[in-house]
Structures are given as structure tokens and as C-alpha cells.
Write a protein that binds this ligand. Structure first.
Ligand code: PLP
Length: 385
């Protein structure tokens, strides 16, 4: 039996258990607690964020961000189309409508020119969006400066979804710390994990305090439980924050390991016809959270799905690049500016196993499987041509 190789699994360091044991020893299982405070402070040190609120998921952080900015029923929110559905779902939670923006072919992230055009078009009809949600995909920062400039021109707050890009840089700083609010995720397959969790960051202390207030059921300062605003149960537990503190201490090792995966994959596969890896933009360092490539079927001899299924037969998990949100049944009614770039990346794009705990032998198994699909189809094509 072949041992399954999964796309991205949790990878604990040496300190996580110690922090968790400390929570047990002090019976600080709940409520919130000292690990949560320390995790928030340490997260700010690592990312350069001003203030941070630890929450139960990245999705919760996006929801809070939209609430804090005042997104309401009937509003429009601009959003990257090439992303996971959790980026846009909270827009619907708020009763607002997402309007999607296509990617740039070189960074795979939101095309700044298209955003500028979309904002100009909406300004002309007097219907500007309430916010822009920008995704930093697969460990790579979007081109933040021109995007921020376009947002500032129309005084639209920018929310950065850096769920997949903790540890990356944009001109030396952390994506997620440029906009009004940034969010991160510590879900099980992210570069570091608390088993489940998220972080909301901002330079605005009041905004982050308000996030904590809303995330703990919006309790007014009164001994009886009194509520003047709608709140949520979105805070991170002290036990899980302990895991997060341990994980933060190995973040840069995790980045190095994932970048090493990419180096090994690209050294072995880059010369195959029709294979192209996700480019690294020159404005920063990508973490290669997932190593992604595109397959041109005419040149390679097999399409993305053929390769994915061949890997699956070898007990290797790989995944198509995100299905663009404007193609998702749930967002079928939503408008999209452009879309062809994201559609092409979806049609041809594949994410390879990319965990920081993969062994060289496991990487070789993936490489050999992809090479043998190419060898097989080449032989096949020679026989029948
Ligand atoms: C994982 C992810 C989220 C959601 O984070 P959770 O912690 O799973 O709620 C949001 N956006 C993107 C781009 C993600 O990859």
C-alpha cells in the first residue's frame, strides 16, 4: 500500500505543547486568557501590524472586517474572483453583493488596472462599492500599491485577505498590513495552524478593540448582560492561542521549507513542455504556500485533470486552482470585471502537495508521477501519429 501524500498538513514545532500544557496547568482553558493576548502581540511583532485580534477563523475575521467598515444590505463590495469562497461568503452574510475583479496573469492576483477601470465605471454611475476585498493568493502578495492608490482615490477602504500569505513580503513588508484591515487564517492546511483560527489586524487601535467587542457577543459595559449591537461568538480559545504562539516561532522555517519544495519541483519539472509554474512577482517574496503550475495540454500531452487523476491513483492529493467565484453557482448572479485570466488559470492550474513536512522521497514520488504521465502520453502520441 502506498502511503497517501496530502496537499498540506499541520506541522507542529517544539514549543506548541508546552504552551498548551501551561494553559492546562493554570486551568486557563477559557475564557480568552494570557495566551490570546501574547499571541496577538507576537503576531504584531512578526507581521509589523499595529494591533491584532485573535478570532475563531479567517472567515470570522473577514466578517468582522466588513461589519467594522459598515458594509450593509444592498451595498456592493469588490472582491478578487480567483480565490476560495470564504473570501466572499461574509459579503453575503452582511446582505451585500460581491462584484468580482479578474486576476493579472503574472501575479495571479487582482489586476490593479481592472480595479481602477471598475472603480471609474462605478464612480460615473454614482454607485461606488463600500469596500474592496483583496486576496493574496497561494503565498504571493498582490501588487498592493496601485490597488491601494485606486482605493484611496475613491476613499474606499481596503480589506486584505492574507489567509494564504502569512510570511510573504511586499516591498519588504507583510501583505495584510497595508489596507484598513487585514486578515489571516490558521486553518489546518495553512502555513501555520492552530487547528482552526484567524487574526484581524489594523493600524487603528479603536477598530481592533471594536473587533474584540463584536467577537464576544457585543456586551455593553454592564453587570447584567446588555446588548445594544449585534455581536458574534468569534474569539479564539486560550488553548488554541497557545498552539499559535508555538507555530509563530517556526513560521520562517515553514516558509523556507515550502520554498524548498517549490525549488525541487521546478528544477525537475520546469523543462517539461507545457508546464509553467506560478511566477514570483519581483516586488516581494512568495512563501509558495502551495506550489502551483499550469499545464498546456497540447504541449504536455495531457490536461490538468488527467494529471490530477493519475496522481490520485498514486495516492497523491493535488487540487485544481480555485474555481473563480464568478463561475460558482452560489455567485451566478454577481457581476465580474474581466474573468478570462482566472478562467484560464482554473482550466489549466494544479496545486501540488506542498506541506513543510514533506520528505524528499515524497516530493520525488510526485515528480516521478507527473513525469510518467508525460512519458506515457508521448509514447502514445508517437504510436498513433
Ligand atoms: C483559508 C482561507 C480563508 C478562510 O479561512 P478559515 O480560517 O478557514 O475560515 C479565507 N480566504 C482564503 C483565501 C483562504 O485560503
Amino acid at each position: 500500500m502506498l502511503k497517501p501524500i496530502l496537499i498540506s498538513t499541520p506541522h507542529m514545532g517544539d514549543r506548541e505543547l508546552e504552551f498548551v500544557q501551561e494553559a492546562f496547568a493554570t486551568n486557563w482553558i477559557a475564557p480568552i486568557g494570557p495566551h490570546v493576548d501574547a499571541f496577538e502581540q507576537e503576531f504584531c511583532q512578526v507581521t509589523g501590524a499595529g494591533y491584532a485580534a485573535a478570532v475563531s477563523s479567517g472567515t470570522a475575521a473577514i466578517h468582522l472586517a466588513l461589519r467594522l467598515i459598515g458594509v450593509e444590505t444592498g451595498d456592493e463590495v469588490f472582491c478578487s474572483t480567483l480565490t476560495f469562497t470564504a473570501t466572499a461568503n461574509p459579503i453575503i452574510y452582511q446582505g451585500a453583493r460581491p462584484v468580482f475583479i479578474d486576476s493579472d496573469r503574472t501575479s495571479w492576483n487582482m489586476n490593479p488596472n481592472l480595479l481602477q477601470e471598475a472603480l471609474e465605471q462605478r464612480a460615473r454611475i454614482g454607485k461606488l462599492p463600500k469596500a474592496v476585498v483583496l486576496v493574496h493568493l497561494y503565498g504571493q502578495s498582490a501588487d498592493i500599491e496601485p490597488i491601494l492608490q485606486a482605493c484611496n482615490q475613491y476613499e474606499i477602504p481596503l480589506i486584505e485577505d492574507a489567509a494564504e500569505s502569512l510570511g510573504a513580503t511586499y516591498k519588504g513588508s507583510s501583505p495584510g498590513t497595508f489596507g484598513s484591515i487585514g486578515i489571516y487564517s490558521f486553518n489546518g492546511n495553512k502555513i501555520i495552524t492552530t487547528s482552526g483560527g484567524g487574526m484581524l489586524v489594523s493600524q487603528d487601535q479603536e477598530l481592533v478593540s471594536k473587533a474584540r467587542f463584536l467577537a464576544t457577543q457585543a456586551r455593553d459595559p454592564a453587570p447584567h448582560y446588555q446588548h445594544s449591537e449585534l455581536g458574534y461568538n468569534y474569539r479564539l480559545s486560550n488553548v488554541l492561542a497557545g498552539i499559535g504562539r508555538g507555530q509563530l516561532r517556526v513560521l520562517y522555517e515553514r516558509v523556507a521549507a515550502r520554498r524548498r519544495n517549490f525549488e525541487i519541483y521546478s528544477a525537475a519539472l520546469n523543462n517539461l513542455p507545457g508546464i509553467e509554474f506560478m511566477p514570483e512577482a519581483d516586488y516581494g517574496i512568495a512563501t509558495r504556500w502551495l506550489t502551483c503550475l499550469t499545464i498546456n495540454p497540447a504541449a504536455f500531452g495531457a490536461d490538468r485533470e488527467t494529471v490530477r487523476l493519475a496522481l490520485m491513483e498514486q495516492q497523491i492529493e493535488s487540487r485544481p486552482v480555485w474555481k473563480p467565484l464568478h463561475l460558482q453557482p452560489i455567485f451566478a448572479e454577481c457581476e465580474c470585471f474581466g474573468g478570462a485570466v482566472a478562467e484560464n488559470l482554473f482550466a489549466s492550474g494544479l496545486c501540488l502537495p506542498s506541506g513543510s513536512n514533506l520528505s524528499t522521497e515524497e516530493l520525488e514520488r510526485v515528480i516521478n508521477s507527473i513525469q510518467s504521465v508525460h512519458e506515457y502520453t508521448k509514447k502514445y502520441l508517437t504510436i498513433y501519429s
